[in-house]
Design a protein around this ligand. Sequence first.
Ligand SMILES: O=C(O)CCC(=O)C(=O)O
Ligand SMILES: [Fe+2]
Length: 292
Amino acid sequence: MAPAVELFSKCHALGLEIMTYRLSLNKVQRNQLLKVDHVMAISKNFFLQPEELKRPFSRKTYAHNPFDGWVSSEAEWLNPRRPGDLKEAFNISSLRSDINWPSSGAAAGFKDAHISFFLRCKELSLRILRVMAHSLDLDPEVFLSTHRLMGSDESLTTLRTLYYPPVNSEKVKEGQVRCGEHSDYGSITLVFQGQEGLQVLNRSGEYISVPVIPGAVLVNIADLMQRWTGDLFISAVHRVLLPPAGDCSARQSLAFFLHPDDEAMITCIDGSNKYPPIKSHDYSIAQGNKIY
Ligand SMILES: O=C(O)CCC(=O)C(=O)O
Ligand SMILES: [Fe+2]
């Protein structure tokens, strides 16, 4: 059995004790992914600019997708029971050439770096979907037919670059964290951590810290994949807490949220009605609206 198939099969057989999987890549893939550092460096240049230079790219200024664009600190709460998350983000879902992405000054190269990273993640995620289907003894193409429109206005698949600024402990509100507890809504998410901080909830109800392993990509199962597979894969609840007291460092990460195409109907693959059929776009928009 190929190692990646075995990895997913084992996770499934073990009852998904840790619901996030690490996928180690071969040398060629690793070289491609070294560009992670480049994408993070360009993102950081964008985030470190004064607010007035970032505001023109704010979320909601893009007609094609209400989630695309810059999200300022405390404007999003992934756990609505906590105060706003101490992070900034920039979301990209459409690769249309007429979109007004940051391009001048410190943000030169932002658009090209992110678009090419989006395309690399797209290719990798299709391969992962094939492996996941294989690990469940399903037709390897079963998930692919509904992931054909990534990068167009008919798919919510999103590349998100995240910047967690240094924390000023005197200004932190009660219960405030860098990224509140949540699961992602689509099919899978690829996560690239620049620094540690991400924690994933296991079946025993404990949060486990996810180490940073050079050359490894983290694959998080998201909600629609759980519904689709009737709980054979379980979506991973995760969070990023504040750094330890006295740690004034910033943190960066990149997340590629894979979503089935907008019109795809997600129906349990075993033919059961464990979860009623739902349109991918309807589910994700409803979930997305809860966090702002
Ligand atoms: O920063 C991270 O490591 C994870 C971010 C995340 O979970 C999210 O934006 O959905
Ligand atoms: Fe997440």
